[in-house]
Design a protein around this ligand. Structure first.
Ligand SMILES: Cc1cc2nc3c(=O)[nH]c(=O)nc-3n(C[C@H](O)[C@H](O)[C@H](O)COP(=O)(O)OP(=O)(O)OC[C@H]3O[C@@H](n4cnc5c(N)ncnc54)[C@H](O)[C@@H]3O)c2cc1C
Length: 443
């Protein structure tokens, strides 16, 4: 697929990203012009006729977008408080490139200053510990209680424990680095300590997991690093799923050709146990030994959802939050909306679509505050760019439309489209896509 086709494919989306429309449009622009546009003062509208108190929990891809757009679209009388325990956000997107030194952690670190100064969002640097849906308030771990008219929960994911054995020190060396931050830095050090005789083992949990192409992308960039910097090495992918979960053509090509002799892909490799002392992973497909074990555990919604005690985790065997995708309101608890990875929908768990979900949710909340019916035909989209080598990337893109018959978001048009291989042009596009997505979320 060429650039123009890509834009046509994703251009069907209306409510979704301004980001997407800008992704390639910046080609002809001067960087100074871009900076002036990004830094231009924003006037929050005063005449929307909308008022209400909204608490947004979680300052990641979904929550930050929601907080910003509640003010931008809702106006000055929508009182928005973002609750997030961390002072900064480390982007998972591009964190695989930190592992191999293509980016630094500081280059993928974002803060909430603009959200406060430009959009008038209030920030509580704290975690929500309890939700009272009857009293419509939340407790924070700094002792405060905050009242809401509507609340948006975007706490991301948590993990099941891994079946680990071995000393505590050796167990602590088994990292997932699937939430960017300290583990990203630690896994980077482990990869750097490898020689061309060593093996990197990565385990992929059963779906659903965040960023369907993410683990395969990681395998590629680690293989690229070992090949370029160490002169060789092995990468074994132990996938609990029956096959590659995203961009199957591009990744099969990368594993069989670009990284022939380096990457071994093993589907159906459900993990039975991991011996951290010997670096052995025992799976349904046999036992594998490596120097570095990067084990990504089985996912579930952020613990705020599963431990709330108010029935939010009502799908997937109590692991995920069911939502009405017209508004992202919980199917269990009124006035509580769940967006991003923690919700259970037919859409992927990804940052790009979390941004789009946030906008659908915000639009619905504003309409609900006005006493109007929410949009009955929302459209969202997702794109994922994937570095395959240091200089090339591939991508996938999908547009989702609401299907009234099933009350779900279904892929529209050509469905999930993957790029025709990896290229340097796509790598350049990837850098612009990231800057636009992060600026649409945090700036
Ligand atoms: C290696 C990797 C690569 C990826 N690449 C891509 C990509 O190329 N494209 C793409 O679209 N997606 C990608 N993703 C996926 C993307 O990062 C996630 O899907 C996205 O971050 C989900 O957004 P979220 O807001 O739901 O969760 P998060 O971004 O994880 O944010 C959750 C936030 O909630 C906060 N929180 C949790 N509990 C509480 C509480 N009780 N109180 C207050 N705050 C709380 C957390 O501190 C966190 O800041 C990638 C992921 C990984 C791991």
């Amino acid at each position: 697929m060429k650039r123009r086709d890509f834009i046509n494919h994703i251009g069907a989306s209306t409510l979704s990203l301004a980001v997407l429309h800008e992704t390639f449009a910046h080609d002809d622009h001067d960087d100074d012009d871009d900076d002036r546009v990004k830094n231009a003062p924003i006037t929050i509208p005063t005449n929307t006729g909308v008022s209400g108190r909204v608490i947004v929990v979680g300052g990641g891809m979904a929550g930050t977008t929601a907080a910003k757009y509640l003010r931008l679209w809702g106006g000055v009388d929508v009182d928005v408080t973002l609750v997030e325990p961390n002072a900064v956000y480390y982007s998972n997107i591009f964190s695989n490139m930190v592992l191999t030194g293509e980016r630094t952690l500081s280059q993928i670190t974002f803060n909430y200053n603009t959200l406060i100064s430009k959009y008038g969002v209030k920030l509580e640097t704290s975690a929500v510990t309890n939700i009272d849906p009857i009293g419509k308030n939340v407790q924070l771990d700094n002792g405060k209680t905050l009242a809401y008219d509507r609340i948006i929960l975007a706490p991301g994911i948590d993990f099941d424990p891994l079946p680990l054995s071995g000393t505590a020190d050796n167990q602590a060396n088994i990292l997932h680095a699937w939430k960017a931050g300290a583990q990203t830095t630690a896994l980077k050090a482990q990869i750097q300590s490898m020689t061309k005789k060593d093996t990197f083992i990565m385990t992929i949990p059963p779906k659903p997991f965040r960023c369907p192409p993410g683990p395969y992308e990681r395998a590629c960039v680690v293989a690229d690093y070992l090949k370029r910097v160490k002169g060789g090495g092995k990468v074994i992918i132990l996938d609990a799923n029956s096959g590659i979960q995203a961009q199957p053509t591009n990744f099969t090509n990368a594993f069989n050709n670009t990284y022939k002799g380096i990457i071994t892909y093993v589907p159906g490799a459900t993990i039975n146990s991991i011996d951290a002392n010997t670096g052995t992973v025992n799976t349904a497909m046999g036992s594998f030994k490596g120097k570095v074990i990067n084990a990504i555990p089985t996912h579930k919604a952020g613990s705020l959802i599963t431990q709330s005690g108010i029935g939010l985790a009502n799908t997937g065997g109590g692991r995920w939050a069911g939502v009405n995708v017209l508004s992202y309101e919980s199917t269990a608890v009124p006035n509580v909306h769940i967006i991003g990875d923690a919700s259970s929908t037919t859409q992927p768990k990804a940052g790009h679509i979390a941004n789009a979900e946030a906008k659908v949710c915000v639009d619905a909340i504003i309409k609900l505050f006005r006493g109007e019916t929410v949009n009955q035909s929302p459209i969202t989209n997702s794109s994922c760019f994937t570095p395959i080598t240091k200089t090339t990337a591939s991508w996938l893109s999908v547009v989702f439309r609401y299907d009234p018959a099933t009350a779900t978001m279904l892929p529209a048009g050509k469905g999930v489209v993957e790029s025709n291989g990896a290229s340097k042009d796509f790598h350049e596009d990837m850098l612009k896509w990231f800057d636009n997505l992060m600026s649409d979320t945090f700036a």
